[in-house]
Each structure stands twice: as C-alpha cells, then as structure tokens.
Design a binder for this molecule. Sequence first.
Ligand SMILES: [Zn+2]
Ligand SMILES: [Zn+2]
Ligand SMILES: [Zn+2]
Ligand SMILES: [Zn+2]
Length: 388
Amino acid sequence: MIPPPMVDFDIDLNPERVEEERMEGGSMLYCDLCDTEVVHKLAQMLLPGLATSCVDSTTGSFKTPGSMAVDLRKEMIIYITQRSETFVAESIVLEGGPSGEESDHPFDIISNFVDDFAISKRNFFTRVSGMLLTDMREDKIDDFVQEMEITGFWPLDRRETIAEAILKNIDMKNEFHCAMKFGSAEDLADHAIHCNFRPLFCDNEGCNAKFIAKHLEKHDSICPFKIIPCEQKCSDNIMRRAMDRHCITICPMRLVDCPFHSIGCRSAIAQCVVEKHCADDVRSHLWHLLKGMYKQASGEDLQRRVQQIVQASPGSRLAEARNVRSLNLVVKDIEAKLGPLELGSAKKNSAQTVVKNGDGKNVANGSEERTESYMESKSSEVNTQKSM
Ligand SMILES: [Zn+2]
Ligand SMILES: [Zn+2]
Ligand SMILES: [Zn+2]
Ligand SMILES: [Zn+2]
C-alpha cells in the first residue's frame, strides 16, 4: 500500500532565482514569453521522472515510494535547476568534443537531467536484483504516477513554472523563449502583441488548439477544423477532418464505376460526368451489351450491329440510357424492327475481337489489312466509324 503523499507546495518555486533574473537586466524589462508547448511537455515528463526515483529508491525496503515523494521532489528540482544553470558553460567546454552528436532539443537535454537524477537514486537492491528490466517495476512507476495525479501531489501548473525556468536556462539560442529587453513598459507592451512566443488560439471554428505565434502556420497546415477546398477539386470547401469522408461519399468528383461495369465497361469516371460518359460511350456500351446477347457473333458482326442500332435509334434514347436494363429495353425495341442478327462474317473473322483502346473507344484489333478491306467494303459506314 502506498499512502497518499503529503502535499507540499512551498518548495516548487524558487523566489530567489526569479528575483535574480529580474535584477540582471538592471532597469530593463524582459519579455518573458516562451514556447508553452515545450514547457507543457517538460512538465508532463517531470512526474514519471519523480515516480521512477521514488520507486527505485525504495524497492526491496520497508519504505513506500509515497514516503519519499516530498524529499525527492525537492532534491530533483534543485538538481535539474543546477544542471540547467551550468549547462551553458558545460556546452561551451564540450563544443567540438566527441559528444557533439547528442540532441540539442531542450526536451532531450532536460530528460537527461531527470534520468541522471533518477539513476542516482537507485538503491543497492534495485541495482543488483535485475529489477530494472521487469514489467513489475514499470507497473509500480505507472501506478505511482497515477496516484500523484489523482491526489494533485504536484500540480501541472507548478511543474510548468519549474519547466519554464529550466528551459530558459538552457535555451541559449532563444529558440524556445523570448529574451528581448525593453526600456519601458510601453515598449514591452508593444512588443508583446507581436512577439513570436505570444500565445494564440486557433481561429477555426470548433478548434480549441492553443499555440505560440511562431507555430501558427504549422498548426494551420494541419488544423482538422480548417475549411479548405476539396482535394478532388470539386467546387466545395470542406473541413479538413471531413475531407476523406466527403471525397468518398458525396464529392461529385469521386470516381465511380460506369453503370455498365457489369457488362464489361471498365471506365472509372467522376460521378458528375456519368451522364456524359453514358452519352459519349454509347457505342462501347452497346457493343458490350450485344456481346453478351450474341455469344457466337464475331467482333465484326457486333460492330455492324452496333452501327445498325445507332442508325435506327430514334432521337437520343440510346444516349439517355443510364443502366443496363434501360439500354437493354431500347435495344430490344430497335432490334424488333431490325430483325435477327446475321452472323455473315462469323466464319471469316472468328478470331477477330474488339478491345478498348486508350481513348476509351472500341477498335477492331484484327490485322490492319483486314480492317482496311472491311472499312472499304463498308464505305457507306466509314464516316460514322471514324466518329466513334
Ligand atoms: Zn517576446
Ligand atoms: Zn486549429
Ligand atoms: Zn469534392
Ligand atoms: Zn462506361
């Protein structure tokens, strides 16, 4: 059983340090804005760091992690603060040295401080028992983190205050905090409304994101609530998070199968041009339909029949057919007048088939010679053939 840790807020702040910073600039006023996202991440990392120290220092003893929490929290704050204060000097000494490959992101640097502290708190039992690699230890640490969260042992805003101070200590290049100085309160106020580190809320309706001004563009480029033009270039503007759904459900530019897919048209077309496709490709659809009806017919027979049907079709009935059933009805009507299909050239050209070319139009793929002689013999049809 881990008893609830005592709540002790007094040690979190280090008023002397804060005062020291104020004094350094003399009468100058500092902009104290910083990267609140990094601060938040750091503050979150402090709790498991403390839990690890508490668990590893009490394993195998009669003490509970909770009994160590107050003391270790204080020690840890002092330790990581000191490390952050000497960090700049250390980095200058080490510059160009062999350890230049380490990450210079503040999160990694401060994680290392916290890890070093936790390692220094491992007791003898933890070090020799093989305990470090067990799931049991991980579970104990997770449980203790949870317990500290529930009891409010080390509230987030307190941890953020510490994280912010440490971040400012190690951020030499001012990448994560603003350190501009101003001679008057007015100048500082003028700067504050333009400062790269000023906190902003996302403008997009429904979005609660908060970020620093520096990251406005980055957030805007991924904000799930931003209204953006359709990715498939229909005329709609859609919320980014609804884009995928729009594109596959209601977008007029979504690709759909041709209504004559079941009889063999393999065109994928934008939903908004299905009607146009049905009208434009009526010969191809007719050919597929007839192929299913006249299994014995050659490609040439079918082409001839397509031609006859198109010529005999009154008005635009064929072009208006939007599915196999309605096309079939129109064709039946016309065929009743045309009479049965003659399989005249079936023997001669039995090997000839018709395939779809790159333009989505039907062409005979028999030898050129044969196609040419066929075209000549059907000179009356040449013009319409060409227009296919
Ligand atoms: Zn600033
Ligand atoms: Zn947003
Ligand atoms: Zn769309
Ligand atoms: Zn089609």
